[in-house]
Design a protein around this ligand. Structure first.
Ligand code: ATP
Ligand code: MG
Ligand code: FE
Length: 351
């Protein structure tokens, strides 16, 4: 089956073509992506209405690109997939509307995909895909979850953030440091030059005895710490501090987030007795997180799988892949019922 997939849950428009196979992992034929980050940077965050309108502008040219690169025609598509949620309602509606209209015009069925299932299965797009079962650490801009994954569609929540997500903690701390939206990757780059032990920041819920996370308090701690540093240095703006000092605070912030993610992942592996960890979502691109997970997992003979760097954040390939894996496993059939709804809030263990 040839699956054409659309992603439009937030500020990335993604389109991709995936081919299911009789056995093994479906094959990605082509994908195209447009990130709206530059447009939203002026506002310091995503402006939902601007996002929806830009998805409308990008989606058909990207589809054309994907068709050309895949060497297949629209008439050959068997199923049209789209992100049904969670995400921004208006942005989701664009992908859902385009997918359902296209499918109706072609007389082909549609399949609504869970965005987080897309992230979760994105490591299957890499050269060395994981095997089930595994523990998944899903760390994105909106979610931080540990899950037990026994197969496609078999997800059991082990723990999650009770407030901010890890990506949010990166972005909000970065904003306090005067970095542009989304500050996560910029903070991570500064952290590479800093001392992670320079400032003592809290590790929330590290010893909570469960697998939940909490990151909301961290940004307050970063704010208080930065105010102290600025007062001591007698400067009014964080940007006026010496480069080395800023890098030290960035490194200390990253260390606080990464330590909690690593320790809780190891606890989840121990509790479930699993020997495979899959990391997915935007924060999965963090090099420090990868290095520490690799080191700790190597000691315990646990294999770790990541998505390719460019597929950690939102993309269409993961949506087409999730649809293809659901179809291939016989878990879900596509439908010719074209009336669509989107689910801006939708827990992954409810699918
Ligand atoms: P969700 O999938 O939960 O709806 P989202 O789609 O916005 O949220 P993703 O696209 O998976 O989230 O990831 C974006 C997040 O990843 C942002 O918060 C961004 O700062 C963070 N991020 C990306 N690269 C890095 C990095 N190298 N280090 C830390 N954080 C990063
Ligand atoms: Mg994004
Ligand atoms: Fe996402």
């Amino acid at each position: 089956m040839l699956v054409l997939g659309f992603e439009s849950s937030c500020d990335e428009t993604g389109v991709a073509m995936v081919q299911t196979r009789e056995h093994g992992v479906p094959t990605l034929l082509s994908h195209a992506l447009f990130s709206q980050i530059e447009m939203h940077q002026a506002y310091g965050g995503v402006v939902p209405e601007l996002a929806s309108r830009d998805h409308i502008r990008r989606v058909l040219p990207l589809t054309q690109e994907v068709l050309e690169a895949s060497g297949r025609s629209l008439a050959e598509v068997d199923v049209v997939a789209y992100t049904r949620g969670p995400g921004l309602a208006g942005a989701l509606l664009v992908g859902a509307g385009v997918a359902c209209a296209m499918a109706a015009a072609l007389g082909k069925p549609v399949l609504g995909v869970h965005h987080l299932e897309g992230h979760l299965l994105s490591p299957f797009l890499s050269e060395d895909p994981p095997e089930f079962p595994f523990v998944a650490l899903l760390v994105s801009g909106g979610h931080t979850q540990l899950m037990r994954v026994d197969g496609v569609g078999r997800y059991e929540m082990l723990g999650e953030s009770i407030d901010d997500a890890a990506g949010e903690a990166f972005d909000k701390s970065a904003k306090l440091m005067g970095l542009a939206y989304p500050g996560g990757p910029l903070l991570a780059r500064m952290a590479e030059e800093g001392d992670p032990k320079a400032y003592a920041l809290p590790r929330p819920l590290l010893h909570s005895g469960n697998l939940d996370f909490s990151f909301a308090g961290l940004k307050t701690a970063v704010l208080v710490q930065s105010q102290k540093i600025m007062a001591a240095a007698d400067v009014a703006q964080f940007e006026d501090l010496p480069h080395g000092v800023r890098c030290d605070l960035a490194a200390s912030t990253q260390a606080a987030i990464v330590e909690v993610l690593v320790k809780k992942s190891l606890t989840a592996l121990k509790q479930t007795g699993m020997s495979r960890l899959v990391v997915a979502g935007g924060v999965g691109a963090n090099r420090n997180l990868r290095a520490q997970l690799n080191a700790e997992c190597a000691k315990r003979k646990v294999r770790v799988h990541y998505p390719e760097m460019h597929l950690c954040t939102d993309n269409g390939a993961m949506i087409a892949m999730a649809a293809a894996m659901r179809l291939q496993s016989g878990l879900q059939a596509a439908t010719t019922h074209y009336a669509f709804d989107v689910k801006p809030r939708w827990p992954l263990d409810m699918i």
